[in-house]
Design a protein around this ligand. Structure first.
Ligand code: NAP
Length: 246
C-alpha cells in the first residue's frame, strides 16, 4: 500500500513514533527513523523493521534546531530523491503549574513540540510542491484541544500544532499535498508511565472506553492518513482518545 514511498518519522526510536515507523514499514514504505538522544534504540527500530522484511535507516537530528532540520531534509532528498510522508511525532513534556513554570521549561517545550514541526515542514514544503504531492501528519494531543492543568506549555504547543496544520493544509492543498493532525488521548508510553496511579485512574474516568490506548492504535490512524485511501482528507484533527474529548 505504501510501496515506493519514503517516510520520515521524527522521534521514532521509541514510544508512539517507533510504532508509527514499524507500521509504515509494514505497509511497504522506506522509513527514516529520526532520533535525538536515543541512537541505540533508533538502530533497534531499524533492525526490527529489517527483520520483518522492511527497509529503514536511522538519522540523528534535534528537531528544535532549524538549521539541522534543513540539513536533514536536504541530505535525505539528495540520497533518496523524494520524501512522500512526514510524520512530526517528536515531543516532550516539562509539566508544572503555570505559576511555578519556568520560562526555560515553557520555551523548551514550544521549541521541540511546535517549532520542531515548523522546522521540518518549512524545509520540506518546497520539495513537496515540486513533487506535487505528499502527506504531512502532525502528532498533536487531546490536551491541545481541551487544555490540562499543569501542562500549559505542552497544551499551548499542541494547540499551536493544530493551527500550523490547518494553515499548511490551506497553503499546500492546491498541489495535492494533505496536512492533518492526530490528537492522541492517554497512550501507554514512557511519557505517561511517570503518572501516579491516582492521576491514571482520574484520567481513565474521563475516557468513554474506560481504558488507555496503545501506540499501535495511534500508528494505525497515522498509516491510514498516509495512504491513498485518505487522499481527500486534509486540514483535519483526528482524535484517537477513546472518546476522552467528546
Ligand atoms: P516518548 O515515549 O517520551 O517519546 C518521545 C519521542 O520524541 C522520543 O522518540 C524522543 O527521541 C523524541 N524527541 C524528543 N525530543 C526530540 C528532539 N528535540 N528531536 C527529535 N526527537 C525528539 O513519548 P510518546 O508518548 O511516544 O509521544 C510521542 C508523541 O505523541 C509526542 O509528540 C507526544 O506529545 C504525543 N502524545 C503522546 C500522548 C501519550 O499519552 N503518550 C498523548 C498525546 C500526544 P529521543 O529519545 O531520541 O530523544
Amino acid at each position: 500500500m505504501l510501496n515506493g514511498k519514503v517516510a520520515l518519522v521524527t522521534g521514532a526510536a521509541r514510544g508512539i513514533g517507533r510504532e508509527i515507523a514499524l507500521t509504515l514499514a509494514e505497509k511497504g514504505a522506506f522509513v527514516i527513523v529520526n532520533y535525538n538522544g536515543s541512537k541505540e534504540k533508533a538502530q533497534m527500530t531499524v533492525d526490527e523493521i529489517k527483520a520483518a522484511g522492511g527497509s529503514a535507516v536511522s538519522y540523528g537530528c534535534n528537531v528544535a534546531d532549524f538549521t539541522a532540520c534543513g540539513e536533514m531534509i536536504a541530505s535525505l532528498v539528495k540520497e533518496y530523491g523524494h520524501i512522500d510522508i512526514l510524520v512530526n511525532n517528536a515531543g516532550i513534556t516539562r509539566d508544572n503549574l503555570l505559576m511555578k513554570m519556568s520560562e526555560e521549561d515553557f520555551d523548551k517545550v514550544i521549541d521541540v513540540n511546535l517549532k520542531g514541526c515548523f522546522n521540518t515542514m518549512k524545509h520540506l514544503s518546497r520539495q513537496l510542491l515540486k513533487q506535487k504531492g505528499g502527506k504531512i501528519i502532525n502528532i498533536s494531543s487531546v490536551t491541545g484541544v481541551m487544555g490540562n492543568a499543569g501542562q500549559a506549555n505542552y497544551c499551548a504547543s499542541k494547540a499551536g500544532i493544530i493551527g500550523l496544520t490547518k494553515s499548511a493544509a490551506r497553503e499546500l492543498g492546491s498541489r495535492g499535498i494533505t496536512v492533518n493532525a492526530v490528537a492522541p488521548g492517554f497512550i501507554e508510553t514512557e511519557m505517561t508511565e511517570v503518572l501516579s496511579d491516582t492521576v491514571r485512574e482520574a484520567m481513565k474516568e474521563q475516557i468513554l472506553l474506560k481504558r488507555t490506548g496503545t501506540a499501535r492504535e495511534v500508528a494505525g490512524v497515522v498509516a491510514f492518513l498516509a495512504s491513498k485511501e485518505a487522499d481527500y482528507i486534509t486540514g483535519q484533527v483526528i482524535s484517537v482518545d477513546g472518546g476522552m474529548a467528546v
